[in-house]
Design a protein around this ligand. Structure first.
Ligand SMILES: Nc1ncnc2c1ncn2[C@@H]1O[C@H](COP(=O)(O)OP(=O)(O)OP(=O)(O)O)[C@@H](O)[C@H]1O
Ligand SMILES: [Mg+2]
Length: 305
């Protein structure tokens, strides 16, 4: 199986601290666990695709600093082609994740992700079976270029919008809706789909997104699994019952599992089940170390079904 995938978007490090209570203003608390991981939606997606055996190229920008070198080494050592990730003299983006039991709060410094733009990309290098875009709202400069990217690549295009930490301004929403007619596979979660369409129930969300021009939708619903539709058939596929250690990035891993299954010719409900399984495996541990290979996911499916 040889499939070529391109991932375009955010690359950063995640700094993860577990605490019982947040420090009071001006005070200090001690954490018994602190970890540094690679992160960013496009990087998560690329890492997961490479683990599943796809040939994957990442497009993005990091700083020429410790964090940038760390995340590029992690990706490169695991088979992601990082030759199209620009090293800049700005700082690498970082997310500080504060874990309190099952709850996570994030502080994100966008760094190079906010300035990464189409002028940092070599379009010649974009040739692939599928190009994946993510984190529309975080990529402030690239945002303007999404329309041009999705209309000029001749591969399939998948898109995971991500949440808007800036509050879903109508102008940004209008921009996002404008690119949907060029999207082959759209990967919102429930909350995002609700913001984009103004609808509520999964069936209505899917109907509205099809109306907006998306060809295939995989709606992510956390523990409730996913619902997929291409306008002809709509299927709900249950999630696997697993012990969730860390669900951060589960959505990106779901996207990766879905496109790898899709490119290998599986039907939509098989793609959704494979994606649910890939995501379920990844939430059993923290960060990229928990992501599964094709064999891991297939073994998991045999065991769970
Ligand atoms: N607690 C869970 N148990 C089993 N599977 C889960 C759980 N949480 C998430 N998943 C799987 O991961 C997929 C994606 O998760 P979710 O719906 O949270 O997406 P998301 O909101 O885009 O995630 P992210 O936080 O990465 O943006 C789900 O469709 C499901 O298959
Ligand atoms: Mg998501």
């Amino acid at each position: 199986m040889s499939m070529k995938i391109v991932a375009i978007g955010d690359v950063n490090v995640d700094l993860i601290a577990s605490v019982e209570d947040l420090p009071k203003r001006g005070r200090q608390v001690i954490t018994s666990d602190f970890q540094i991981h690679g992160g960013g939606c496009a990087a998560n997606f690329a890492f997961a695709c490479a683990k599943l055996g796809a040939e994957v190229k990442l497009f993005g920008k990091v700083g020429d600093d410790l964090f940038g070198r760390y995340v590029l080494a992690m990706l490169g050592n695991n088979g992601v082609d990082v030759s199209n990730v620009l090293l800049s003299d700005e700082k690498t983006g970082a997310t500080v994740a504060i874990v309190q039991g099952a709850e996570r709060s994030f502080i994100t410094y966008r760094g190079t992700n906010a300035t990464f733009s189409i002028s940092d990309m070599n379009f010649e290098e974009l040739r692939a079976d599928l190009a994946h875009l993510s984190s529309f709202f975080l990529l402030e400069a690239l945002q303007r270029d999404y329309g041009e990217i999705v209309s000029s690549v001749d591969s399939l295009v998948s898109f995971d919008p991500g949440w808007d930490p800036f509050g879903w301004h109508p102008e940004k929403l209008r921009q996002l809706r404008g690119i949907l007619p060029n999207i082959d596979i759209f990967f919102p979660n429930l909350d995002e789909a609700r913001r984009i369409t103004g609808k509520r129930g999964p069936q209505q969300l899917i109907a509205e997104l099809l109306d907006l021009g998306v060809k295939t939708i995989a709606l992510k619903m956390g523990k409730k699994g996913s619902m997929v539709s291409d306008g002809k058939t709509t299927t709900r596929v249950a999630a696997f019952d697993v012990n969730a250690v860390d669900t951060t990035g589960a959505g990106d891993v779901f996207d990766a599992g879905f496109v790898v299954a899709y490119l290998s010719g599986k039907d939509l409900s098989e793609c959704a089940m494979f994606a649910n399984a890939t995501a379920a495996l990844s939430i059993g541990g923290i960060g990229w170390s928990a992501y599964g290979t094709l064999e891991d996911v297939n073994d998991f499916l045999v065991k769970e079904l």
